[in-house]
Structure formats: C-alpha cells, structure tokens
Design a protein around this ligand. Structure first.
Ligand code: ADP
Ligand code: MG
Length: 248
C-alpha cells in the first residue's frame, strides 16, 4: 500500500493553472523531494494534500483511503502533518508552551482550559523530552520570537513531530537560513524516524538530494521528471531548468 497517492491532480486559481494532471505515489517510510523553480506548483500541491484548498480535478489517498473531500483536521487525524514555507510559530509563547500545545493537538484557546495536574505533568514530560531529544532543552523557557530564525525553524520541526505523524510534508524548511543553520536543520531531518514518510520541498538541490531517496521535479505545474537521485542529477531537462538555460 502507498502512504500517499496523488492521482491526476489539477488545480486552477481562476484562469491560472497551478497544477496540471500531477500523479505521484509515495511508499511508507520513503523520502521524496519535490523540487522545481518558483511558481512550479510545489506549495499548491501541499495545500491540496493537506486540504487547505480543494483540487479542480483528481484524487488524493492516504494509506489507501480517499481523502480528497476530507477537511484538514480529519487528514491530520489520519497522520498527516506539515510545516510551512514561512514561520508560523506563536511568537509570544515560550518554546515549551508551543510544544505542549502540539503534543496535545490543541489550539491556544482550548489550551487555557483547566487540566488535572496529573495529565498536564505527563504532557509536560513528553514536551520536555522532545525538546531534549532535539537539542533544544536550553531554549524551553525562552519566548519563541527571541530565538534565532534557525532555532525557530527547528522548533517548527519539533512541533510537526509532536503528533507522531505518519506522513510529514516539509515546505522549504531551510529557506532563509545561513549555511550553518541549514546544516543543523538538515541534520535534524536526517535523524527523523524512518516510520515517518517524508515529502520535502527544497529549493536547494544539494540539500534535497542529500536527504531523500527519490525526487520529483515540478515545472509549470507538471511533473517534468521523477526518479532516483542519479537519474535526476543526469537529467538534461532538469539541469537546463536549474542552470537557467531553459527559456520555456
Ligand atoms: N492563492 C493563490 N491565488 C492565485 N494564484 C496562486 C495562489 N497560490 C499560488 N498561486 C499561483 O500558482 C502558481 C504556483 O504557486 P506555488 O504553488 O506557490 O509555487 P511554488 O511553491 O512551486 O513556488 C504560481 O503561479 C502562483 O502565483
Ligand atoms: Mg512554495
């Protein structure tokens, strides 16, 4: 069974075709990079898979179940999680409180509802151990907006892992990071459990190829190429796009 199956997916924004007849299948535990130039439709694909937008045509299946019409929270319950291209942390919460929210799967409003000390203690332990696992224990009491941008991106990854996702979509997790920060984030993703299927949108082809098993190249809303890292590295059309020699 596939973890994620994208079947002939198309999406139009008014007259603009953002995605056109895209099909991809991702096996459980597999890591697939989705690369392609700006505007290729990568983020739109993630928005469709998570249910933020509905496709104009096509189907999406998670572990064999058709989720094309399911709302976002139902897909999350089936084990789907994502991070966004831009930081979406709560800037005024501490790192620990942010992770506490994520381990509970709660929004901030419900978070304020009274919980028994026993239950809270258990959740807190889990949040603290997650932060310790990922080398962020000494940041737990800091307010997230005080962290460096690189650390904020790391906290976002911890939040995404808090729900123990089966399928995790990462949208440009290294965007805007320095080389050193990029290295930290790459190291973190490399350590993710192989129980988690990963789709990674990554602008930097070297970073992408470093982290995944297989690559799909989107160009102008279509899958231009799909294959092993070696196949993608030696694909002349892909090289043309990335070297900017293609005038299409
Ligand atoms: N909400 C939207 N409304 C209209 N057009 C959009 C919207 N989101 C994306 N687009 C357009 O769809 C195309 C694909 O965008 P996107 O999926 O963000 O590309 P990528 O993530 O590969 O850079 C682009 O031409 C973009 O301008
Ligand atoms: Mg994008």
């Amino acid at each position: 069974m596939t973890a994620l199956e994208i079947d002939a997916l198309s999406h139009h924004f008014g007259g603009l075709t953002a995605l056109s007849n895209v099909s991809l299948a991702v096996a459980p535990g597999e890591r697939l990079a989705i690369i392609g130039p700006n505007g290729a439709g990568k983020t739109t694909l993630f928005d469709l898979v998570t249910g933020i937008i509905r496709p104009s045509a096509g189907r999406i299946r998670l572990f064999g179940q058709d989720v094309t019409r399911l709302p976002t929270h139902r897909r999350a319950r089936l084990g789907l999680a994502r991070t966004f291209q831009i930081t979406t942390l709560f800037p005024r919460l501490t790192v620990l409180d942010s992770v506490l929210l994520a381990v509970q799967g709660l929004d901030p409003v419900r978070f304020t509802v009274h919980r028994s000390r026993e239950r809270y203690g258990h959740l807190r332990e889990r949040a603290e151990s997650l932060l310790a696992d990922w080398g962020l224990a000494d940041r737990a009491r800091q307010v997230t907006r005080q962290l460096s941008y690189g650390e904020q991106r790391q906290v976002e990854l911890v939040l995404a892992l808090a729900g123990v996702p089966k399928v995790l979509l990462l949208d440009e997790p290294t965007a805007g990071l320095s080389p050193a920060e990029t290295a930290s984030v790459v190291e973190m993703i490399r350590r993710f459990s192989r129980d988690t299927t990963i789709l990674l949108i990554e602008h930097d082809m070297d970073v992408a190829l470093d982290l995944v098993d297989r690559v799909a190249v989107l160009f102008q809303g279509r899958v231009l190429a799909e294959g092993s890292k070696d196949q993608i590295r030696s694909d002349r059309e892909v090289a043309a796009i990335y070297l900017g020699t293609d005038d299409a």
